[in-house]
Design a protein. Structure first.
Length: 292
C-alpha cells in the first residue's frame, strides 16, 4: 500500500459519502447519496455488495445490536443487512415537519450516540441544525444556524468534538462531555478559503490529527490538534467528500469522492466518484457503532 491514494473501487458515485469501518466483519461501508446506494466492501473476500434505496442516503454505520443504521432525509433507519430488497425500519424522525430539510452527514460518538446535521434544499443560509440521538432513540436539538452540516469527529480522549459547515468553509471545535453528550465552548478550529475548497466529511487519527475531505479542492487536509495545517494529500479527482480509517490495524485511510458537479464529459472518467485508499503513516480511531 502507498502513501499516494490508490483507486480501490471504481463505482462512479454521484456523491460518495458517509464512509465507516465495520470492524466485526472487516468491511468498509459507504453510500452514494443521490440514488441512495449503500455499499459494503469486504476486505476478506474483496466482494462489493450494493443496495439501492431509490431515495437519498447520507451515512451508514454499524449498530451495536447487529446490522446497520442509515440516515435518510427524514430520520434514522435500521437495516439488518445490505442486500437488495432488505427492509428498512424507521427508528426516529428528525425534522420531519420541515419538508425542505434533510439529514446530511452523521457520525457516532465514542459512547454510541449518533450525531446528525441537517441542511435545507437550496442551501438556505443558517436553516440547518445539529442533533444528538441517544441509544434510547431520544432526539435532542443541539445547535442551530448551520447551512451545510457536514463532518463530525472526536479527539482520542473524547474531550473534544469537531464539526464542519461547508458553506462558510469552517471546522469548529467544542469541549465534549462524553458522559452526557453535552458540548460547550465552541471555537474556530480551521478556516478554508473559497479558492481552496469546502470542508466536507472528516475523521480523527490516534494522534489527534483531524483529516478533512476538501470538496472542489482535490485534496484531504490533515490538521494538527492545535489547528495547524500540517499535511495535504493530493487526490486525483476534485470532488473529495469524506474519509475514515479502517483495516485490521486502522492504518488505512479510505476516501470517498463525487461526480455531481463535474462537466458531463468528465463524470464517467475512470476514478471520478470512486473509493480510494492510502496508508497515511498514522493509525486512526475506530468507527463507533450506534448503541440504540
Amino acid at each position: 500500500m502507498s502513501t499516494v491514494p490508490e483507486l480501490l473501487v471504481d463505482v462512479n458515485c454521484a456523491v460518495g459519502e458517509g464512509p465507516s469501518w465495520e470492524d466485526r466483519d472487516q468491511a468498509l461501508l459507504w453510500v452514494d447519496l443521490i440514488p441512495g446506494d449503500v455499499y459494503r466492501l469486504s476486505l476478506t473476500t474483496g466482494g462489493v455488495d450494493r443496495m439501492r434505496l431509490e431515495r437519498p442516503a447520507s451515512a451508514v454505520l454499524p449498530r451495536v445490536s447487529g446490522g446497520y443504521v442509515l440516515t435518510l432525509p427524514d430520520g434514522l433507519y435500521a437495516l439488518g443487512r445490505i442486500e437488495q430488497g432488505a427492509q428498512l425500519e424507521l427508528l426516529c424522525p428528525v425534522e420531519s415537519e420541515l419538508s425542505q430539510n434533510s439529514i446530511n452527514d452523521a457520525k457516532c460518538d465514542p459512547a454510541g450516540r449518533l450525531w446528525a446535521g441537517t441542511l435545507a434544499r437550496g442551501w438556505i443560509p443558517e436553516a440547518g441544525s445539529l442533533y444528538r440521538i441517544g441509544a434510547d432513540l431520544s432526539v435532542t436539538w443541539v445547535l442551530g444556524g448551520t447551512t451545510i452540516s457536514n463532518g463530525l469527529g472526536w479527539s482520542p480522549d473524547s474531550t473534544r468534538m469537531y464539526f464542519a459547515d461547508s458553506a462558510p468553509g469552517t471546522v469548529d471545535a467544542f469541549d465534549y462531555d462524553v458522559a452526557t453528550g453535552e458540548v460547550s465552548r465552541r471555537r474556530r478550529f480551521a478556516d478554508l478559503a473559497a479558492d481552496v475548497g469546502s470542508p466536507d466529511g472528516l475523521c480523527v487519527d490516534a494522534e489527534g490529527g483531524v483529516w478533512v475531505a476538501v470538496f472542489r479542492g482535490s485534496a484531504v487536509h490533515r490538521y494538527a490538534p492545535d489547528g495547524t495545517l500540517d499535511r495535504i494529500v493530493a487526490m486525483p479527482t476534485p470532488l473529495v467528500t469524506s474519509c475514515c480509517f479502517g483495516g485490521p490495524d486502522l492504518a488505512h485511510l479510505y476516501v470517498t469522492t463525487a461526480t455531481v458537479e463535474l462537466p458531463p464529459d468528465e463524470r464517467t472518467v475512470r476514478g471520478a466518484g470512486a473509493l480510494y485508499v492510502l496508508e497515511p503513516g498514522v493509525q486512526g480511531l475506530p468507527t463507533a457503532a450506534f448503541g440504540g
